[in-house]
Design a binder for this molecule. Structure first.
Ligand code: TMP
Length: 219
C-alpha cells in the first residue's frame, strides 16, 4: 500500500484555510482520491480543551482576574494535541493510503506561540523543539493575505472574539507567514495569493497539489 499524501494549509486568522481545505477535499474526491480532511486544534481531547481556551471558556486565575493560559502552556498544549492528532488520526489514514489535509499544523505553533512569547530566537527554537517529532507534511500551502483584508473577513464571519483576535498581533503574524519557509528549510512550502476569489485560490491550490502528485498541473 502506498502511503497517502499529507498536506497542510496555513495562514493568519481569516486567510481562508478552512474554506480551502474543504474545497481541496471536494476537488480531490471528485478525482477519485480517498481524502481525510482534518484540522488543528484537532477534534481529539486536547484539541477540544484548546478550543475552549481559545474562546475564553477555560481560563486561569490571574492577579487582575481570569485570563487565558500563558504562551508556554499554550505551546505545550498545541504540541501535545498535534502529536495525539498524528498518532490517532493522521498517521493511520496515511498508512491506509488516504490523503490527509490539515487546516493548520505546526507552522501555526511556530508563528502564534513564538510571537505571543516575545518572538526571540530562543522562544522560536523551543517551540520548534516541542514539535520535533511531528511528522512533516509533504506540502504546506500558505494562503497570503493582508492583515486588513483578513480583518474584514473575520468581522464578516462574525464569530465571537478569540484570544488571538488582536489586530497588532495579526499584523505581526502576516509578516511572519510572509517568509515562514526560512524557519522550515527542509519543508516544501508554497505561497498562494489568498486575496483572490475563493474559486481562484482553490484553482491555485489544486495546481500545487497536482504538481506534488507528479501530474500535469493544468490537466
Ligand atoms: P481556527 O480554528 O480559526 O483556525 O482557530 C485556531 C486558532 O488557534 C487560530 O487563532 C490559530 C491558533 N493556533 C495556534 O495559536 N497554535 C497552533 O499550533 C494552532 C494549530 C492554532
Amino acid at each position: 500500500m502506498i502511503e497517502g499524501l499529507f498536506i497542510a494549509l496555513e495562514g493568519v486568522d481569516g486567510a481562508g484555510t478552512t474554506t480551502q481545505t474543504k474545497r481541496l477535499a471536494e476537488g480531490l474526491r471528485a478525482r477519485g482520491l480517498p481524502v481525510h480532511a482534518t484540522r488543528e486544534p484537532s477534534d481529539g481531547p486536547i484539541g477540544m480543551l484548546l478550543r475552549q481556551i481559545l474562546t475564553n471558556r477555560v481560563v486561569v486565575p490571574g492577579i487582575r482576574g481570569p485570563r487565558p493560559p500563558s504562551w508556554t502552556t499554550m505551546a505545550l498544549l498545541f504540541a501535545a494535541d498535534r502529536l495525539d492528532h498524528v498518532e490517532a488520526e493522521i498517521q493511520p489514514n496515511l498508512l491506509d493510503g488516504v490523503t490527509v489535509l490539515s487546516d493548520r499544523y505546526d507552522h501555526s505553533s511556530v508563528a502564534y506561540q513564538s510571537i505571543t512569547g516575545g518572538g526571540e530566537a530562543e522562544t522560536l527554537a523551543w517551540v520548534k523543539q516541542l514539535n520535533v517529532h511531528a511528522r512533516r507534511p509533504d506540502l504546506t500551502l500558505v494562503l497570503d493575505i493582508s492583515p486588513e483584508e483578513a480583518r474584514r473577513r473575520r468581522v464578516e464571519r462574525g464569530r465571537g472574539r478569540e484570544i488571538y483576535d488582536d489586530q497588532e498581533l495579526q499584523e505581526q503574524l502576516a509578516a511572519f507567514y510572509g517568509d515562514i519557509e526560512k524557519h522550515f528549510p527542509d519543508d516544501r512550502i508554497v505561497h498562494v495569493d489568498g486575496e483572490q476569489s475563493v474559486e481562484a485560490v482553490a484553482k491555485d491550490v489544486m495546481r500545487e497539489v497536482r504538481i506534488l502528485r507528479g501530474e500535469d498541473p493544468d490537466g
